[in-house]
Design a protein around this ligand. Structure first.
Ligand code: SAM
Length: 284
């Protein structure tokens, strides 16, 4: 149990999809002045070293954030700027020229923390003891509330939030098959407690289709307005993860068009070797 460590996968193509969508949601929600509560139910670590043994063992970032970094001058969407600016700052502090590659890559808590304003709150849940300890150490300087608890139960316990708006990232490791259904049931319960909340739910697209119960349960459920963004590998493996999916409940107005432009930028073999699609799993 809890054998998953995101350090082996940080900065891969799924992180590029998930974190660019998260930054877009944060950017769009920050455009309004009213405070927001942010919740990261499965936070992992705050910062990953893409040169360490874990990252180099899989080298997944090479086809993800490193590839994006190499072709950054050709990206058409202006919505890459927040991500590129933070990567520049973390990887080349006080240097006039941009680094050739990305060594320090932020996990979701660090992307959230970079976008908080006075009055916003941020709670990060992480159950793995080692990850949670590292996150707690980092959080002490950031004003982030870290909880070493189950993130799905913790989310429900914390809703509705004190702030008028809510942004939640649900990004489990899906080590247990039942998690797909548990996540769907949690989203339904969370939505009942905060119907205007924006929920980002990540899932792997697997060769054996194990993720389908998540989509089927939400498709039949009562939660309206669920956007689905998927990116599939042009050259998928026979087993395991063949793509990355993201559901967005209550996306801000215009989010779909802007996310589509971001995903168009990573599509094709001269980019990240992905094929992107978008539709409404549940319309308004
Ligand atoms: N959200 C991170 C990011 O984007 O950088 C990556 C998170 S990783 C996919 C999933 C994390 O969830 C792992 O660190 C794992 O230890 C943690 N985890 C697993 N089950 C959990 C649970 N029930 N509650 C909270 N965290 C959990």
């Amino acid at each position: 149990m809890l054998s998953y460590l995101h350090g082996f996968h940080a900065g891969n193509f799924a992180d590029v999809q998930k974190h660019s969508a998260l930054l877009l949601a944060l950017t769009m929600m920050k455009a309004k002045s009213s405070p927001m509560a942010c919740v990261d139910t499965h936070a992992g670590s705050a910062l990953y070293n893409l040169t360490d043994d874990r990252a180099r063992k899989t080298a997944e970032a090479d086809a993800g954030i490193q590839r994006l970094w190499q072709c950054r001058a050709a990206l058409k969407s202006a919505d890459w700027q927040p991500m590129l600016a933070i990567l520049s700052e973390l990887n080349a502090p006080q240097r006039p020229t941009a680094p050739e590659s990305v060594s320090v890559y932020p996990g979701s808590p660090a992307w959230f923390a970079r976008n908080l304003r006075p009055g916003d709150s941020f709670t990060a849940f992480e159950l793995h003891p080692g990850e949670s300890d590292r996150l707690t150490q980092w959080a002490q300087k950031q004003g982030v509330n870290v909880r070493h608890q189950d993130g799905l139960k913790g989310l429900l316990h914390n809703l509705p939030p004190a702030q008028p708006r809510l942004l939640v990232l649900i990004d489990p490791s899906y080590e247990i098959k039942a998690e797909y259904t548990t996540v769907a049931e949690t989203v339904i319960k969370a939505w009942r407690k905060c119907r205007h909340g924006v929920f980002l739910i990540w899932y792997p697209i697997l060769a054996n289709g194990l993720e389908r119960p998540l989509l089927e349960r939400l498709e039949q459920g009562e939660v309206p307005k669920i956007l689905r963004s998927e990116v599939r590998l042009d050259q998928p493996p026979e087993r395991g993860m063949i793509g990355s999916g993201l559901l967005v409940v209550n996306p801000p107005w215009g989010f779909d068009t802007r996310l589509q432009a971001l995903m168009a930028d990573v599509s094709g073999k001269d980019r990240l070797g992905l094929a992107a699609s978008m539709d409404w799993l549940v319309p308004e």
